[in-house]
Design a protein around this ligand. Structure first.
Ligand code: F1P
Length: 346
């Protein structure tokens, strides 16, 4: 199974996987723990990887802000695998986290976009994402490419460990092959999202909620809005809303809820009811054909159905488009946002 999957990956995606993954697959398969270090959008991709690796490969994962890692005397040893994720490959905090983990004997695996970058060179092995240059400062396609590579890695380790059933593995491979067409389909929502953006372009706060695989997507949606439109936005696991953020909800608060059909669907429906009971404005990202949430939400954005493991690859797209249109309508330079650097090297 692994051989055929590996054969497919290498034959069809050899631009994604470096030789390194094969050399280290035994190490990955026998790992007691995987640590992920990254910053910003890359950290959100790391959170998605935590869900994927724990679910598909049953290895404990910890996701660390690289910018905080070295300030807390972390426990790392030679049995650990550290995955460092970075679009630019130059982020100083991620590099510092790598150096620290290396000094404790950990194996470092990089997921980088820029070939030959400082982070790529500092790792023991890695996979290039080859997403192409990010024209803008804020990461968008880099996120999708990172999540794709991390999904392949989780599937490979899960298969090698026997943690994933053959039928499920093949289902995921087949579904992954559908993703490019489904992303294209999602991009066609552009006009509808532009219209929603016009309604909310002048608000001062946004809340983003998601559960499970859509929780990191909620964080990423909020980050994109902050980065390029300068609107204050917070992302939360939907169930955390009642532990504080619920106090913020009134008729002026738009709440973006990523509520696609998955194992937590019923729960997120009740979160939407809680927001509506406080007169919040709900912009819901739902699975095509859903009839329950459209009856409750103020705006509904329907995206194609896919496995919940792959949903971040689709559900992030409308959030990126929403940030883009709001930023353009507010006269912001979406490619060069104020105060942001492409590579944070200090
Ligand atoms: C990390 C990051 C980006 C963000 C901005 C600043 O960069 O936080 O996610 O959009 O560009 O840097 P990287 O380590 O992924 O290059």
């Amino acid at each position: 199974i692994l051989d055929s999957m590996r054969g497919r990956m290498i034959a069809e995606n050899n631009h994604l996987m470096m030789g390194g993954i094969r050399e280290y697959e035994n190490k990955f398969a026998n790992a007691q723990r995987i640590l992920i270090v990254a910053c910003g959008t890359s950290w959100h991709a790391g959170l998605v990887a935590e869900y994927l690796i724990e679910d598909l490969a049953r290895i404990p994962v910890e996701v660390e802000y690289a910018s905080e890692f070295r300030y807390r005397n972390p426990i790392v040893n030679e049995n650990d695998i550290v995955i460092a994720i970075s679009q630019s490959g130059e982020t100083a905090d991620t590099l510092a986290a790598i150096e620290l983990a290396k000094s404790k004997g950990a194996t470092i695996f990089g997921v980088c976009n820029v070939v030959g970058s400082s982070i790529a060179r500092a790792t023991d092995a890695g996979a290039y994402t080859h997403a192409g240059p990010e024209i803008g400062v804020a990461s968008t396609k880099a996120f999708t490419a990172q999540v794709t590579v991390l999904t392949l890695i989780a599937m490979m380790i899960g298969s090698k460990r026997g943690a994933i059933e053959t039928s499920k593995l093949y289902e995921l491979i087949a579904e992954l092959e559908q993703i490019p067409a489904k992303v294209e389909q999602t991009l066609k929502l552009d006009k509808q999202i532009e219209e929603i953006s016009a309604i909310y372009k002048d608000v001062t706060n946004f809340l983003y909620l998601g559960r499970g695989y859509n929780f990191p997507v909620a964080l990423e949606g909020a980050l994109k809005l902050k980065e390029i439109s300068y609107i204050h936005a917070e992302g939360y696991p939907a169930a955390e809303m009642k532990h504080g953020p619920i106090a913020l909800i009134d008729e002026h608060m738009p709440v973006v809820v990523i509520a696609t059909k998955d194992s937590s669907y019923e729960k997120i429906v009740s979160n939407i009811q809680e927001v509506k009971a406080r007169k919040g404005k709900v912009i819901a990202i739902v699975t095509e054909g859903d009839t329950t949430i459209p009856a409750m939400a103020d705006h509904v954005i329907e995206i194609p159905e896919t496995s919940e493991h792959l949903m971040p690859l689709l559900s992030v797209v409308p959030l990126q488009l929403l940030s883009y249109h709001i930023a353009v309508m507010r006269g912001c330079n979406v490619d060069q946002p104020r105060n942001l650097a492409k590579s944070v090297t200090v």
